[in-house]
Design a binder for this molecule. Structure first.
Ligand code: ADP
Ligand code: ASP
Ligand code: MG
Length: 309
């Protein structure tokens, strides 16, 4: 099993999602089993948070901007799903967006949002994107199947930053993957409590979803596909001379990310490290480029300092 996770920039629009599909097709040729984890379309989580804040000031603040969120998702469906299947898929997307709007309207009426409701609102980003990607992917990978991670990732009720219950989660993931066939396209970032309340794993938490699923299934490797060449010596948006590292240890990656290297969510390393599953960080814009491998092995070069964050 290989678990491939695609971040928001990799699924920003239909063009980018087609690139994702090609990467999945090529992985399917090389590996017996592949699972995919998807983040919200780039920027959507931020937009949903802005909508929650807007709704708190009244419904009139969100009416216009909500149309933009709707249009982005509709456009993705229209560009990815062939006409014969579009009506059905659009119908499901409209239904989900209506549910989201009703919740936002509720917030605007009571002018109050609890952490629990906030998590429910932002969960829609991944629920929409993973569903749309799974439907688009069917054109390339016939058995692509949408999987809502709330069914198998179980957490406590720390909304916004929920803690995973690994004994329950591992069992549920193994059961789910054993009982449902196909190439699963899993929602990143979201989970649920034992009561069925929706939770989230922390901002940028889709990386963690990939590692949780990969560890439960004892994957051969986890691949984090993003918009840069791997883990670089510094944030390339801030340091022009930053260059990609070929190899770092789990500890080094954890340290870099804990201190701010946004490229990988800090907790991602833990489940993989326990089982010595390598994590590759790769660039969706340049799939042929090797990227960075995070493993137990330290690199034998003359760069004892790996990076600055
Ligand atoms: P995704 O949407 O794929 O999850 P993120 O925006 O979360 O992508 O993470 C990738 C971004 O992390 C890069 O575009 C880069 O600007 C930033 N970044 C910060 N520090 C580093 C680093 N040391 N190496 C690579 N990227 C970094
Ligand atoms: N969509 C979520 C966020 O923006 C999770 C992720 O992208 O990993 O934080
Ligand atoms: Mg990220």
């Amino acid at each position: 099993m290989y678990v491939l996770k695609f971040g928001g920039s990799s699924v920003a629009n239909a063009e980018r999602i087609k690139g994702v599909a090609e990467i999945v097709v090529s992985a399917k040729k090389k590996h017996k089993q592949v699972a995919v984890v998807i983040s919200a379309l780039g920027g959507v989580t931020d937009e949903l948070i802005a909508h929650t804040n807007g709704a708190l000031q009244g419904e009139e603040n969100i009416k216009e901007t909500f149309k933009k969120v709707e249009t982005r998702h509709y456009e993705a469906v229209k560009a990815l799903v062939p006409v014969q299947r579009q009506t059905q898929v659009l119908g499901n997307v409209v239904h989900t967006l209506n549910q989201l709007y009703d919740i936002l309207k509720g917030i605007s009426l009571i002018r109050e949002v609890s952490p629990k409701t906030h998590d429910l609102v932002i969960s829609f980003g991944e629920r929409l994107s993973a569903y749309i990607v799974s439907e688009g992917l069917k054109e390339y990978v016939k058995d692509a199947a949408f999987a809502d991670a709330r069914q198998f990732i179980k957490t406590n009720g720390d909304f916004g930053n929920a803690k995973v219950n690994f004994s329950k989660t591992n069992k549920l993931i193994r059961e789910y993957f054993a009982n449902t066939k196909g190439t699963h396209v899993v929602t990143g970032f979201i989970a649920s409590t034992d009561n069925g309340d929706t939770t989230t794993l922390g901002r940028s938490g889709s990386d963690y979803t990939a590692s949780i699923v990969g560890a439960a299934l004892k994957a051969e490797a986890i691949e984090i596909w993003t918009d840069v060449d791997g883990i670089l010596t510094a944030d390339p948006r801030k340091v022009a001379q930053a260059f990609p590292l070929k190899q770092v240890t789990y500890e080094e990656a954890m340290e870099l990310s804990h201190f701010g290297a946004k490229v990988i969510f800090p907790a991602t390393m833990q489940p993989a490290m326990a089982l010595k599953i390598p994590i590759w960080v790769k660039n969706t814009f340049k799939p042929e480029y090797e990227g960075t491998i995070i493993s137990h092995k330290a690199s034998a070069d003359d760069h004892p300092v790996k990076g600055i964050s």
